[in-house]
Design a protein around this ligand. Structure first.
Ligand SMILES: [Zn+2]
Length: 294
């Protein structure tokens, strides 16, 4: 049920130290250990539920990117913000690429982003392994996302590939990145959004920081380990962009787990984190990395 990694998922190094113990506040209430690789610095959840058993850790109506059914305050706000940020994301991608074309949203969840991209004139493909999310996405976009990697692998190449809070969930990190890069055009762009372990809010909240989200998050990246990843796969980081709304969502969740019931306080905290993060490079709650092939 649990697998204990004997090699670092990023650099294959064999020496790692226990770094922190983190509780799964969202679903199982179990505790998990984060290890730090002494070679590349990657922090990863170890041991972790194996591929066949991770699903039970997603089984909650509150896990919005799959189910989309819950209507508590945090999720209502999330949905409002999502509508805005999806438009913002596709506009940003179009601007960066200087054209429209084919886009793959790897881990498209319930399909909101591909739906927004299609409306803006992009040719869209979604990949999503979760069956509940698949049905939702099909209803929303009119076509079913691909759920089989072998089928995805036969797709024509893409101008842009996006992984919005997805990379940290993938068991086969190496295999998946290779597959994704195989699907990306030579001059295409890869967009990876991921929580930031160098963030002000992580420094403040430590093991209570909701974006650690163990055991669903298998890796906990920062700009250094993302740079290591980029180099390892022949990629160059073109730009790192802060994702300012994530600080609010994460602060609300963190305070919920800590039993603090005043959402206004969470908002003020998040606002402060964002203000503080403007002063120090790459310290926002989540970052969007834009990568291209070298
Ligand atoms: Zn390593």
């Amino acid at each position: 049920m649990y697998e204990r990694l004997t090699k670092c998922p990023l650099c294959k190094g064999v020496l790692f130290l226990n770094h922190m113990v983190v509780k799964d506040h969202a679903i199982s209430q179990e505790s998990f250990t984060l290890c730090r690789c002494t070679e590349c610095g990657l922090i990863f959840t170890n041991p972790r539920p194996d591929k066949d058993h991770i699903q039970s850790y997603y089984d909650s109506k509150d896990y919005i990117s799959h189910a989309d059914k819950s209507n508590n305050l945090i999720n209502i706000l999330y949905k409002i913000v999502r509508k805005y940020t999806n438009k913002q994301k596709i506009n940003f991608i179009t601007k960066k690429l200087k054209r429209k074309g084919r886009i793959l949203d790897y881990g498209c969840g319930t399909g909101y982003f591909i739906s927004a991209a299609a409306k803006k004139g992009w040719e869209t493909v979604g990949y999503e392994p979760n069956t509940i999310a698949l049905d939702e996405a099909k209803k929303r976009t009119g076509k079913s996302p691909i759920s089989d990697l072998a089928i995805l692998n036969k797709e024509k190449k893409f101008d842009a590939i996006t992984l919005f809070h997805v990379l940290e969930h993938i068991h086969d990190l190496n295999k998946t990145i290779k597959l994704i890069l195989n699907l990306l055009k030579k001059r295409g762009l890869l967009f990876i959004a991921i929580p930031n372990l160098n963030s002000i809010d992580f420094k403040q909240k430590q093991e209570n920081w909701a974006a650690l989200d163990v055991p669903r998050h298998l890796y906990h990246f920062n700009p250094d380990t993302m740079t290591y990843l980029a180099n390892q796969y022949g990629l160059k980081i073109v730009e790192i962009k802060p994702m300012v709304f994530d600080a609010y969502y994460v602060a609300l969740l963190t305070d919920k787990y800590l039993g603090r019931k005043n959402p206004l306080r969470s908002f003020i905290d998040a606002y402060r984190y964002n203000q503080e993060a403007k002063k120090q490079q790459h310290t926002h709650s989540s970052l969007l990395y834009i990568l291209k092939k070298k």
